[in-house]
Design a protein around this ligand. Structure first.
Ligand code: ADP
Ligand code: MG
Length: 403
């Protein structure tokens, strides 16, 4: 069997006109003799009647357990799956809808951010064997205790890739509203270019650092099991971005496409808060770290010095952290409204001068770097959120990503 998973995001399913495009993509693949699993997100984005955020707005979360919230949120995908099935049937194709559970997706009990633990796609295979199209509701699964769970925001990407792996698919196509993975968020940099090929680790870093185009966990699974992934546009016929494991040929073909560019893409994460704590006592620091862990606060860009400890947190955790710091009478400074800028590229490893170029470009624009860090394929800079658009644009230009 030649199976392909096609996943369609919220905007692709937002209205009749868009859904017509979705149907065209499915039919085109079906006519090429593929067996097709379609994975859908909920219809539309915040404000649209059945979008995930609109469902969330129906309730006051403080008075509901995560179990019930998951039950509510799982309805969005069910609605869009049935609507799409209806359209396919109208065109003379036979399709069948499956919830996460019916598709055989088992998860752990972590409501709201559940992890897939097993997939037994028996019913999907039966459907494909009858030459029918299987439509699966993304973003959801069921515990062994028959509780409905969701996989976290953007989790339909995870469903698609996990199903791709379970069914040994030829490829997983993630359809969205842009032509592929781009050198920067096209909403900020209008000259951003589509990247034809990328390796898993670059896309993972890009997704992890804020580019919404695919869920980082989805890419992690794809990399682990070598699932070929394509990011494509529902509304165009562009070839999109192919994500694959790098080998010698990959590097050669990348070189042909992108020359010697050091940076592949730039992304950002808003809503970061810098925390600067004055302390020189080791046991003090140990206690602080224990408390932070206990309260489930994730910290990032961690720089510890003898006399101070600097790190960043998400703004949603600020109240919790301030409570901890005040209760232990720490001396501290907080810088709100920060943004983490990431310049990503596998070629920067061991190459001198990349940070120097970033510093020079940002300082020419009078943009302050509050903190920085690096790994084998990324340089991170913490900046004030007000400088974000200017910073991305200038780095995009300096590293010639628009060429
Ligand atoms: P979907 O609803 O299809 O899952 P998402 O909103 O999750 O779509 O992701 C697609 C969006 O990601 C695009 O509309 C684009 O604005 C945004 N985006 C941010 N950074 C990038 C990037 N580097 N490349 C492509 N898209 C990006
Ligand atoms: Mg998405």
């Amino acid at each position: 069997m030649n199976i392909v998973v096609q996943k369609f995001g919220g905007t692709s399913l937002a209205n009749d006109e868009n859904r017509e495009k979705v149907v065209e993509k499915i039919i085109a693949k079906y006519n090429k003799n593929y067996n097709i699993i379609v994975v859908v997100s909920a219809i539309g984005r915040a404000g649209d009647p059945y979008a995930t955020d609109s469902l969330l707005n129906l309730v006051d979360k403080t008075f509901l357990d995560n179990r019930e919230i998951d039950l509510l949120l799982s309805c969005g995908e069910t609605i869009s799956a049935v609507v799409l099935s209806n359209l396919l049937n109208k065109k003379g194709l036979k399709s069948k809808v499956f919830t996460g559970y019916q598709a055989g997706i088992t998860t752990d009990e972590n409501f709201g951010d559940a992890e897939i633990t097993r997939i037994e796609p028996t019913k999907l295979i039966e459907t494909l064997n009858k030459n029918e199209i299987a439509i699966v509701t993304g973003f959801q699964g069921m515990t062994t205790d028959k509780e409905i769970t969701t996989l976290g925001r953007g989790g339909s990407d995870i469903s698609a890739i996990a199903l791709g792996k379970a069914l040994s698919c030829e490829s997983v196509e993630i359809y969205t509203d842009v032509d592929g993975v781009m050198t920067a968020d096209p909403n900020i940099v209008p000259t951003a270019k589509v990247l034809e090929t990328m390796c898993y680790s670059e896309v993972y870093q890009l997704a992890e650092d804020g580019a919404k185009v695919i869920h980082p966990k989805a890419i992690e699974i794809a990399q682990q099991y070598n699932v070929p992934v394509k990011i494509k546009n529902t509304f165009s016929n562009s070839s999109g971005t192919t994500i694959e494991e790098p080998d010698i040929n990959y590097y050669n073909s990348r070189k042909k496409l992108y020359g010697n560019k050091i940076i592949t893409a730039i992304t950002y994460k808003k809503g970061r808060v810098q925390v600067n704590i004055k302390t020189d006592a080791e046991d003090h620091t140990e206690k602080l770290m224990e408390k932070i862990t206990e309260h489930n606060i994730s910290i990032d860009l961690i720089n510890f010095f003898l006399d101070k400890k600097v790190f960043t947190i998400d703004k949603k955790d600020l109240t919790k952290l301030v409570k901890i710091l005040d209760s232990e009478s720490y001396e501290y400074e907080i810088v709100e409204d920060c943004c983490k800028l990431s310049a990503i590229g596998y070629k920067m490893q061991g190459l001198p001068g990349v940070m120097a170029r970033i510093v020079s470009a940002l300082s020419k624009e009078k943009i302050k770097i509050l903190q920085s860090s690096d790994s084998h394929n990324t340089i991170w800079c913490l900046i004030h959120e007000k400088d974000l658009n200017k910073a991305i644009k200038v780095l995009h230009k300096v590293f010639e990503l628009d060429k």
